[in-house]
Design a protein around this ligand. Sequence first.
Ligand SMILES: [Zn+2]
Length: 223
Amino acid sequence: MAKKSHQSASPYTGVVRRVVPVGEEKLVALTFDDGPWPDTVAVLEVLRQYGAKATFFWVGLHLQRRPEIAQQVVVEGHAIGNHTWSHRNTPMTPEEAGEEIERTAALIAHTTGLTTSLFRPPGGRLHNGLADYALQQGYTVVQWSVLGKDTEVLEAESIVENVLHNVQPGSIVLLHDGGGDRRKTVEALHTILPALQAQGYRFVTVPELLALNQAAIPKAPSH
Ligand SMILES: [Zn+2]
């Protein structure tokens, strides 16, 4: 499939972890890492139920195995980002970083017809060569301001608390639809989505949030 559209031409190039919306409008960007995965289907169902849009950061190796799920994510109107080919996060040369990112970008284009300007480094690590390569190529490096900690906790209620206690207007929330058993994440979403909607929040994609780029807050350098 040819590259036919650029899904997320970003007005912001740099590292971002939150975007303060104009007038503190209650927008929040849910992001899901490490898919496409079988549990992605259940995540999509919850998002659909609440009319929420989100952003999915894909691992090339997982995308290669589940192109149909990836296509469903795009058809349902969610945004996508590049999360490397292998999810390796050890130091690497520019050539190795390029291989991790470009191979994934090519498969995203082949599978969905889209290119993405969003990149998230595995583990959020900014100094192993991946983020530098991505920034040089014009990607926006998308970190987060709220951690669901859904890869660590045992109970869905803890995921719910981690999100609800920390969300502010413009938050980027890190959750996972892939890389393991994500049923607890799905269970948590059934509480998180209606709870935040009841507080007046609207769920937008990262590109939609970045469209309010004047107030993008870069992650502080941590050399
Ligand atoms: Zn990851």
